[in-house]
Ligand binder design. Sequence first.
Ligand code: MAN
Length: 399
Amino acid sequence: MKRKKELIAEAANLRHLAESRIEELENQLKSAGERMKETERVLEETEESEKSKVVRGGAGKVGRAGVLAGLAKARVEELRTNLVEVRKQRDALSNQLKELETTLAALKEAYNPNFNDEGVKQAVRAWEDYAARDNEVVWEAAKDRDLDEISKPDDESSGINWVEWESGDDSTAGGAESILYSLSAYAPPFLRVWLDSRITSFRALLIESGILADNSDSSSSVESPAITTARSQRDSAKTSLTNTQNNLNNAKSDLEKDYGADDIFRALKDKCISKDSGEYTYELCFLGSTKQKPKKGGGDTTMGNFVSITSEHVDSDVDAEGKGLGVGERVVLKYENGQHCWNGPARSTVVVLGCSAQEEIWRISESEKCVYRMEVGTAAVCEPDDGKAAKRKGEKDEL
Ligand code: MAN
């Protein structure tokens, strides 16, 4: 009875610990839930802000539009250099022409028609015909200024801002959206930032109302590192929330489990005892499993896993040392669903408990194939009058 008292005190302590653990897990669950919400919010915000960056040039991915932009830029540059070259040639030729015209005009004025030089006369006549034609090329100064502008290399402030297009994602270059983006690209630089932010909100509105497809997170586009980090933090918060919830559920269901009167078997949980019998060593782990371990080596055979506490009326001997079940209602631990028996059921064990100062296996039998019975002593089932005489059924009620 002294040992039983110790077991009850230990069980109460373990129950107390289990209750504190539940309290701790409930707090953990609360903060895991908050962390989950927080990481979810960060992820949403990151996705939102990354979406707007797509407008300014995608997530670093060069799509078909980017390739085309590269080719177009090279082509424009080629045409621009040639335009500059041709204008240079034009100016040189124009100067040469002026020189010749001046020379011929001077010749016409200065030649002496009395010298019967047929070559000179022909040249003067041809010059007069030439001068009579409307040869005057009108060089419009305004047009030339346009050519000056056109001949300037492209950069952020003139022509096309190629950088913006070369890094562009295809998802931003198709269909209705391209209209939005080209609007911004052709706008003067100081207007672009403002216009982009307007376009981003407008685009979000179109996506929300289902008018525009949301290409920003399509599987083909590369996810930005910021989103990846936010997502992995959200995922680990989710895992931790699920784990905490599972631990709490397990702890709660353990507390509700039947550990017998006074919760006493809580103190014996996971305690194992064994005994040799025939070719095996038999092992019993309280509220765990029962096993056969071959003495000559080889694998263990599970004879059942603990399922419930019941009782059974017994009528057997108690030996000279007081070891035995005696007569009366005894506590029984049932173990089921052990290793399957060849041509038989899954192994199962009935563990009948009698009073004893120490936990010990008294007897093992196999009543039918693969159905085992263990008679086991433990202080957990001792009653105040156990030492006096073997009890008979019903006697306890009458006392
Ligand atoms: C093993 C042991 C025995 C059992 C037989 C059934 O030898 O588990 O207890 O009776 O298998 O085949």
